[in-house]
Design a protein around this ligand. Structure first.
Ligand SMILES: Nc1ncnc2c1ncn2[C@@H]1O[C@H](COP(=O)(O)OP(=O)(O)OP(=O)(O)O)[C@@H](O)[C@H]1O
Length: 235
C-alpha cells in the first residue's frame, strides 16, 4: 500500500499558486525526502497531508485515509513535526508530553526522560516552554512527533536550529526509525541531508514535482543529488 498519495494537489493563497497540480506517491517503508528551494511548496504539501489546511483542488490519502475529509482519523495514524509550531508557551515540556500522550492514548513509562536525554534537554523538562531557546523548542517538537510510535511521520525541516551534535543524533534516529519498517516523509532544502539519509527524493519547484530519484541509484551512477537537483531546478 502507498503510505502517501496526492493527486493533482493545487493550493492557492489569493493570487499566489503555492501548489500547482502536485501528484506523488510514497510507499510504506520509504524514507522519502521532498526536496526544493525556499517557497517551492514543501510546507504547503505537508500541511495538506496532515490535515492542517485544505487544498484548493485535488486529493490526498495518508495510510488510506483522506486527510481533508477525515483529518482527525488521519492524524491518529501519523506523527507530525510542523515547521512553524512551538510547544504551548505556558506548559512545561513534561506537561506537554503528558498532554500529547493522553491525546494519543499511550503511556509514557519514562520515555520522556529518555527523549530528553537523547536530545539534550533534560535540564529544561520542567521549565516553562516560553523560556526555551529556539533549538530547545524544536527538540521538544521533534520528540512529540514520535511519542506514540506512529507508522508514518511527517517532519518538516527537522534540523533547522539544531546544533551539529544534535543534528547527527536526529539524523541517526530518523534512519533507525525508518529501518524498523516505519515510513518517514521529510521536507528539506538541504540536499546533503537528503542524500545522506533518504531512500528516495522528489524534487519540487514552483509547486510542481519536477523529478523523482532513487538515492542509491544516483550514488551508484557516480552522480550526486546536488548535480541532479541543479539540473532540474535550473531547467
Ligand atoms: N498562509 C499563507 N498565505 C499566503 N502565502 C503563503 C502562505 N503559506 C505559504 N505561502 C506561500 O506559498 C508558497 C509556498 O510556501 P511553502 O511554505 O509551502 O514553501 P516551502 O517550500 O516550505 O518553503 P521554505 O523552504 O522557505 O520553508 C510561498 O510563495 C509562500 O510565500
Amino acid at each position: 500500500m502507498n503510505a502517501v498519495e496526492t493527486d493533482g494537489l493545487t493550493k492557492k493563497y489569493g493570487e499566489l499558486t503555492a501548489l500547482d497540480g502536485l501528484s506523488l506517491e510514497v510507499e510504506e517503508g520509504e524514507l522519502f525526502g521532498l526536496l526544493g528551494p525556499n517557497g517551492a511548496g514543501k510546507s504547503s504539501t505537508i500541511e495538506i497531508l496532515t490535515g492542517q489546511t485544505k487544498p484548493t483542488s485535488g486529493g490526498a490519502r495518508v495510510m488510506g485515509v483522506d486527510p481533508v475529509e477525515n483529518p482527525v482519523e488521519a492524524r491518529r495514524r501519523m506523527g507530525v513535526l510542523p515547521e512553524r509550531e512551538d510547544p504551548p508557551s505556558f506548559l512545561t515540556p513534561r506537561e506537554y508530553f503528558d498532554f500529547v500522550a493522553d491525546v494519543r492514548g499511550v503511556e509514557l513509562d519514562g520515555s520522556i526522560d529518555e527523549w530528553a536525554e537523547r536530545l539534550g534537554f533534560s535540564d529544561k523538562l520542567d521549565s516553562i516552554s516560553m523560556d526555551l531557546s529556539r533549538g530547545q523548542k524544536q527538540k521538544v517538537m521533534f520528540a512529540q512527533a514520535f511519542v506514540h510510535e506512529p507508522e508514518l511521520v511527517f517532519i518538516d525541516e527537522p534540523l533547522t536550529n539544531l546544533d551539529p551534535v544534535v543534528q547527527e543524533r536526529v539524523k541517526g534516529f530518523i534512519v533507525d526509525y525508518n529501518e524498523k519498517g516505519n515510513t518517514v516523509f521529510l521536507s528539506t532544502h538541504d540536499i546533503t541531508v537528503a542524500e545522506e539519509i533518504c531512500t528516495r527524493v522528489g524534487i519540487i519547484q514552483d509547486g510542481r514535482l519536477v523529478a523523482e530519484r532513487d538515492v542509491d541509484e544516483v550514488k551508484s551512477d557516480g552522480s550526486s543529488l546536488i548535480d541532479e537537483f541543479l539540473d532540474e531546478v535550473e531547467a
